[in-house]
Design a protein around this ligand. Structure first.
Ligand code: HEC
Length: 152
């Protein structure tokens, strides 16, 4: 009995360790890997955000790519809980008085609220964006410098 308990504790410890390890490094996401991503938020992103926010494309779309969105939100809200709260609040009701990407608003117009999403979906997609290491495309540094006059 004691031995079995010991083994259970060890297994649990391994599970917890590998989990936090995974969170620290994030999920390195290439566009081709998105289909295989198991995070529940990945599905929400695909169904509710991706039609406007591509992962990382330079093509002129209808909205900035997701990694650019993340980069801007992360600069203002580096802490995970605050980042998630900001994304959830924004997607429910984009506030023109509190915009982190004014250049994008000028170019594309204000994002329409995505009111069809449940609280759980919003939370999941915000976690997915924070926890996923979106691959930064080569062109981003030059684009950011042109837009903001400084390196990203
Ligand atoms: C119909 C198109 C559309 C959809 C769908 C959409 N967005 Fe956006 N989003 C935009 C546009 C356009 C902008 C840039 C202008 C702005 O900031 O309002 C933007 C900007 C943002 C920003 C930056 C806000 C800021 O402070 O400037 C965040 C964060 C964001 N989107 C998250 C999301 C998430 C998460 C989803 C999916 C749940 C989503 N968007 C779905 C069009 C869209």
């Amino acid at each position: 009995m004691k031995i079995r308990e010991g083994i259970a504790v060890i297994l649990l410890a391994i599970a917890v360790m590998s989990c936090s390890d995974h969170e620290q490094h994030g999920i390195n996401l290439e566009p081709s890997a998105l289909a295989k991503a198991t995070h529940p938020g990945a599905r929400v992103y695909q169904s509710a955000c991706m039609s406007c926010h591509a992962l990382a494309t330079k093509e002129e779309g209808v909205a900035p790519p997701l990694f650019g969105v993340k980069d801007h939100v992360l600069k203002a809200y580096p802490e995970r809980a605050a980042f998630i709260q900001r994304i959830v609040a924004w997607v429910q009701a984009p506030n023109p008085q509190d915009v982190l990407m004014p250049g994008a608003v000028k170019k594309f117009g204000l994002m329409p609220a995505q009111t069809q999403l449940s609280e759980a979906d919003l939370q999941a997609v915000a976690e997915f964006i924070y926890d996923t290491d979106l691959t930064k495309p080569d062109w981003y540094a030059a684009h950011y410098q042109a837009e903001h006059g400084k390196k990203p």
